[in-house]
Design a protein around this ligand. Structure first.
Ligand code: UT7
Length: 323
């Protein structure tokens, strides 16, 4: 059988840091409220003129170099993003050009905060089907561009960044101990599409609109959906919580991470948490957290890693990977 083996990762954060105290100067909020209710202490903000494709390019170059590959080796580029450079073309096409590529396929996946997991699952299936050999999967966002700074329900939560991985199709005996993506699971319940939305869009208002969220309702769904995503990814691979070395969740709220860990009996020391530094970077959050834990030496080759996310749609999903 063919397995999609994760060969490299990279990430990028813009230079500018905005602390909770910085925000409190122009939003009716406080460091105390933000840090106790969400776990966020700061977030990064892209510079004027610094685009989603710029963040994606840095992350992609890091992942390629980590994998020991060049753009010539890649034949599939997938960008998970809710904040594309332009309405069209896909940011993946712009990125492909920036990488000096004109071969293979490139497209964006729009699944809001689940965008990276959706992109990973799509790439995995293309690789397993034999249609592509080497994929670059990226989550990249400039969410601060669609924040209404006066809306404290959202403006204190989100930040900018990008993370990327390289997946390579490799022949595998298919054992649980063999490298590669062991299972993926994707879900959407479109009935809940208004819980995280924008108050405008191309077709509706000929503009982008700002992010709006019914936070409490999203929170109510989050723990159940994330727990389901983790359980299904594990049962599909015939593995259990105890087999997982690292959980790399979407970083939306520390209280969601803690409640999920408690519900499933996940030891907190196995959960990668970057929310304090990054805030919620939507589709970039999982690959950013993953890259941070690989680079600081926590996550190592051979480890079993579980990625999960939930976001607008509502979408949610998971991917189980042996490194
Ligand atoms: O990434 C996609 C997935 N997203 C998520 O998973 C987000 C899920 N939701 C959450 O993380 C939380 O619901 C929030 C962090 C968004 C909000 O936390 P909460 O504990 O659910 O607060 P709340 O919305 O119930 O608001 C509690 C109080 C309200 O005041 P009253 O009505 O009790 O007087 C709000 O007006 O906190 C107030 N509040 C704030 N106060 C200071 C809301 N936002 C702020 C703020 N600063 N930024």
């Amino acid at each position: 059988m063919i397995r999609s083996v994760l060969k490299g990762c990279g990430s990028y954060l813009p230079e500018k840091v905005i602390t909770n105290d910085d925000l409190a100067k122009f939003v009716d909020t406080s460091d105390e409220w933000i840090s106790t209710r969400t776990g966020i202490r700061q977030r990064y903000m892209a510079a004027e003129g610094e685009l989603t494709s710029d963040l994606a390019l840095h992350a992609a170059e890091g992942a390629l170099s980590d994998a020991g590959l060049t753009p010539a080796d890649i034949d599939l580029v997938i960008v998970g993003t809710t904040t594309p450079d332009r309405t069209l073309p896909a940011t993946a096409a712009i990125l492909q050009d920036r990488l000096g590529m004109s071969h293979g396929a490139a497209f964006d996946v729009q699944a809001v905060c689940s965008g990276f997991i959706y992109g990973l699952a799509v790439a995995d299936n293309f690789l397993k089907a034999g249609q592509h050999r080497n994929a670059l999967v990226i989550g990249a966002e400039t969410l601060t561009r669609i924040l209404d700074w006066e809306d404290r329900n959202t403006s204190v939560l989100f930040g900018d960044g990008a993370g990327a991985v390289v997946l390579c199709a490799e022949e595998s005996a298919g054992a649980k101990t063999d490298r590669g993506i062991l299972s993926t699971y994707l879900r959407c319940d479109g009935r809940l599409n208004k819980l995280i939305t924008s108050d405008g869009g191309v077709s509706e208002t000929r503009s982008t609109g700002y992010i709006r969220m019914e936070g409490r309702e999203v929170f109510r769904n989050a723990v159940t959906n994330i727990a389901e995503a983790i359980e299904v990814a594990l049962s599909d691979a015939d593995l259990s919580i105890a087999d997982v070395d690292w959980f790399v969740p979407h970083q939306a709220n520390i209280r969601i991470l803690n409640a999920t860990a408690k519900r499933l009996g996940i030891p907190e020391e196995k959960v990668v948490v970057t929310i304090a530094q990054h805030g919620n970077t939507s589709s970039a959050s999982v690959p950013l957290a993953f890259d941070a834990a690989v680079k600081d030496g926590r996550i190592k080759k051979g480890d079993l890693v579980l990625f999960e996310a939930m976001g607008g749609g509502l979408t949610w999903g998971s991917a189980l990977v042996r490194l």
